[in-house]
Design a protein around this ligand. Structure first.
Ligand code: PLP
Length: 466
């Protein structure tokens, strides 16, 4: 709670009542403190007040980079339009294919791993307090062996509370002086953390793109893979595969090109593999380390969120191979280890026990079942949208289906589907200008909701011109 210790200054001629040395403000900052309420009742005083809001300001300057951020634009705007729709149509039965959050419960053996982690904490021998900032050795071993088949070592695995948090911590490590590239469209966290870290200028009002970020266009025309021959050199390249939002999964050949590009320019790839388990084809790379040369130029962020429904449990990891070096020869893993032990204190020991259960035979089988469930939804969404004449991408190695409606803005398509079908989607322009004309449909909904959404879209768009 905010404690008021000083009086507003510069208040003109009015005589302020005596105030106690410290006074607790009422919870609503717009409500004046009790000692000043009488001023509000006299309108001539109100005009003379030195400020319009009653919340006191500190003397701390705001980090100027935060002022550059664009408002939390996409999801609040979707929520606003949904709310307005419901106000206009009371009782509307909305189905959401917008959310990128998992909906199925955590499977049995994995849930048991979490429970066991909690129970151990209540025992004399099982209790653990702070752990290593890099994570439990047992879990790091298991990630290296089970998920990377020994291509990386346990020391190179940093267990964390999730991929998003690690992206933020990587940016803390990179600092303000690096240049970055992102795919356009892309997961907004890469851009926002670059802005917060001071790596960018301001955003252009027309494109909403920031100075000093290279936006690598990924659309149907280039198979959702950037044209690297025309891409500028940057220090860091954020690359996400399978991609949120386009649903594109990069082929081995494409990743070879990406690694070659990074090696040629001395760049560092931050490879976001949060959706890797959705790659069902064993020939497709699930990790950047399946590509020769990646160990010297790529960091991989990853997560149990979409593997096992851990979006609320919070568990992820980042791989920093010992061969990745900064320009002065310092191993990147040294600095990242420092960040993990300074700005983080290790992932929850309960969550890590859950992570261990994920990587046991039963857990892996359960994860496969979860992924199959969502991928069945994705096929249903793909097939329906295609049969209605939409141009459909993604949804094969990804839970996201990316639908193009040429000649129509993504917000117009969003509105049309909401109006005609009461189905919420995500307009692609929220992920960058490259997402204009597209909408994202998420397969993370319950099967029944996907079916209902697809039935409504089928009836509403039956007559759409092919
Ligand atoms: C591409 C991508 N990376 C990372 C995350 C966040 O992962 P976590 O839950 O591990 O923070 C998401 C979540 O939607 C995502 O889409």
């Amino acid at each position: 709670m905010f404690v008021l210790c000083t009086r507003p200054s510069g208040g003109g001629r009015q005589r302020w009542p005596r105030t106690p040395a410290s006074l607790t403000l009422p919870p609503n900052p717009l409500t004046p403190p009790r000692w000043a309420r009488h001023l509000r009742q006299r309108s001539h005083h109100r005009r003379e007040l030195p400020f319009t809001r009653w919340q006191m300001r500190t003397s701390v300057p705001r980090n100027p980079h935060f002022a550059k951020l664009l408002g939390g634009y996409l999801f609040p705007e979707i929520a606003r339009r949904r709310r307005e729709y419901c106000e206009r149509h009371p009782g509307a039965d909305i189905v959401s294919l917008g959310i990128g959050d998992t909906t199925l419960p955590i499977p049995d053996s994995i849930c048991y791993g979490l429970v066991r982690g909690a129970v151990l904490l209540g025992t004399e021998n099982g209790y653990t307090g702070y752990g290593d900032g890099e994570g439990m050795r047992e879990l790091r071993d298991k990630v290296a062996q089970v998920l990377y088949k020994g291509k990386i070592s346990a020391e190179e695995v940093f267990v964390s509370d999730g991929a998003k948090c690690d992206i933020g911590r990587l940016q803390m490590m990179f600092g303000a002086d690096v240049t970055v590239a992102v795919q356009d469209p892309s997961y907004p966290v890469y851009v926002d953390t670059a802005v917060m870290s001071g790596q960018t200028g301001t955003a252009r009002t027309d494109t909403r793109q920031f100075d000093r970020i290279a936006y690598l266009r990924c659309d149907a025309a280039n198979d959702f893979f950037p044209d690297l021959e025309r891409a500028p050199r940057t220090d860091v390249i954020f690359f996400c595969s399978p991609n949120n939002p386009t649903g594109a999964a990069a082929t081995r050949q494409q990743l070879q090109q990406l690694v070659a590009f990074a090696q040629q320019h001395g760049s560092l790839i931050v490879y976001d593999a949060a959706y890797a388990p959705f790659i069902r084809d064993p020939e497709m790379p699930r990790s950047i380390y399946e590509i020769d040369g990646a160990r010297s130029c790529a960091i991989e962020v990853n997560s149990f969120s979409k593997y096992a429904g851990f979006t609320g449990v919070r568990l992820g990891w980042t791989v920093v191979p010992s061969e990745v070096l900064f320009a002065d020869g310092t191993p990147v893993m040294k600095d990242f280890g420092r960040v993990m032990n300074t700005a983080f204190n290790g992932a929850s020991n309960i969550a890590q026990r859950g992570g261990l259960a994920c990587l046991e035979e039963d857990g892996l089988r359960e994860i496969d079942t979860l992924v199959e469930y969502y991928m069945k939804n994705a096929s249903m969404i793909r097939d329906t949208m295609q049969s209605q004449g939409f141009e459909v991408h993604g949804g094969i190695h990804s839970p996201y289906v990316w639908v193009r409606v040429p000649g129509q803005s993504s917000w117009d398509t969003f509105n049309e589907i909401l109006d005609k079908c009461q189905v919420v989607t995500v307009p692609g322009s929220g992920f960058g200008p490259g997402g204009e004309e597209y909408i994202r449909l998420s397969a993370f909904a319950k099967e029944n909701d996907c079916e209902r959404a697809m039935q409504r879209i089928s009836s509403a768009f039956r007559a759409r011109v092919r």
